[in-house]
Design a protein. Structure first.
Length: 82
């Protein structure tokens, strides 16, 4: 007997997996950046608290810096099927 998964159930599972990946690689680092900044940097008394959007900008700036320094390279390769 073969197990059949309804199309809607499969779509829900893949959506949840996709959201988990987004949460792991985007939301979690942004939350960590905001929490670290607000707990460590502001305790020094020099800089103010940041909100979520400022943490997003810091995340993008850090990702751009890491990419431009060559620590991480993203390359796409394609093969010709001639």
């Amino acid at each position: 007997m073969r197990l059949q998964v309804p199309a809607l159930g499969a779509a829900v599972v893949f959506t949840l997996l996709g959201m988990g990946v987004v949460g792991l690689f985007v939301v979690l680092p942004i939350a960590c950046i905001q929490w670290t900044w607000n707990s460590v940097v502001t305790s020094l008394g020099v800089l103010p608290l940041i909100n979520v959007w400022q943490a997003v900008l810091l995340y993008l700036a850090l990702a751009t810096f890491v990419y431009l320094t060559g620590i991480v390279r993203i390359e796409f390769e394609a093969e010709n099927l001639d």
